[in-house]
Design a protein around this ligand. Structure first.
Ligand SMILES: *C/C=C(C)/C=C/C=C(C)/C=C/C1=C(C)CCCC1(C)C
Length: 250
């Protein structure tokens, strides 16, 4: 099983960096370097989560595999975004949003999956979190790409985010976690929603600084988004790994 996964994964992981070797990375380009370093973190995290899938009991495997997909999809986007940045010096906004549109819903599914692995929960949790995510990201994208007014985009994005926060603190997901989940799952759920509250706040702050408060330069905005991504993806999935491992050994 383990060797089958690795045999399948290795070519993908090798192809991704190779496909991104087109432009020369300047050693003084700190934004370019941050894209590079984060690509490596995402690859390492992917291998880790996939291998750890073998150590958890079967009902926790889906959560672990979805976590690995988050970092895998992000790794491939980071290779490509680095290349866009190095070749053009411009922000890879479209690819950032394509990445978010795939990875953020996958992360939201995790709230549903970790609760479903240990207790009864309705599919409504999954759908509400998905709707909140799509509204949040579409608002942000339409604003950043210039299709709608930047302030309108910001407001729509904030409403989507608040809707997600409501669901995980006061809605069904929050209630089921605090009332029915075992301690280790509750602890991970709390860390994950802290990430969604504090870690995620970095993005609207970046958007606000970049487009509304007179403008941050592309360097700053990309560094902010990059640092946020590495924490919000890898630490988020590590929280899932922590409860999956604990519950499997219990
Ligand atoms: C791995 C990538 C993640 C976790 C990306 C998360 C992105 C956000 C939480 C973006 C939020 C935004 C708002 C809340 C309002 C303004 C527009 C956005 C899209 C930057």
């Amino acid at each position: 099983m383990g060797s089958r996964i690795l045999g399948f994964l290795t070519p993908i992981l090798l192809l991704a960096p190779v496909s991104g070797f087109a432009a020369q990375l300047d050693p003084t380009d700190s934004v370019g370097i941050s894209f590079w370093v984060i690509s490596m973190c995402m690859v390492a995290a992917t291998v880790f989560f996939l291998m750890e899938t073998l150590n958890v009991s079967s009902k926790w495997r889906t959560s672990m595999v979805v976590g690995a997909l988050v970092t895998l999809v992000a790794a491939v986007h980071y290779f490509y975004m680095r290349d866009v940045w190095v070749a053009t010096g411009e922000s890879p906004t479209v690819f950032r949003y394509v990445d978010w549109l795939i990875t953020v819903p996958l992360q939201m599914i995790e709230f549903y999956l970790i609760l479903a692995a240990c207790t009864a929960i309705s599919l409504g949790v999954f759908w509400r979190l998905l709707v909140g995510t799509v509204v949040m990201l579409m608002g942000g994208y339409l604003g950043e790409a210039g299709f709608i007014n930047v302030t309108t985009g910001f407001v729509i994005g904030m409403l989507g985010w608040l809707f997600i926060l409501y669901e995980i603190f006061m809605g069904e997901a929050g209630k089921v976690s605090s009332e029915n989940a075992p301690e280790s799952v509750k602890a991970s759920f709390n860390i994950m929603r802290l990430i969604v509250t504090i870690g995620w706040a970095i993005y609207p702050l970046g958007y606000f600084m970049g487009y509304l408060a007179g403008g941050a330069d592309a360097n700053t905005l990309n560094i902010i988004y990059n640092v946020a991504d590495v924490i919000n993806k890898i630490a988020f999935c590590l929280a899932i790994w922590a409860c999956a491992t604990k519950e499997s050994n219990a």
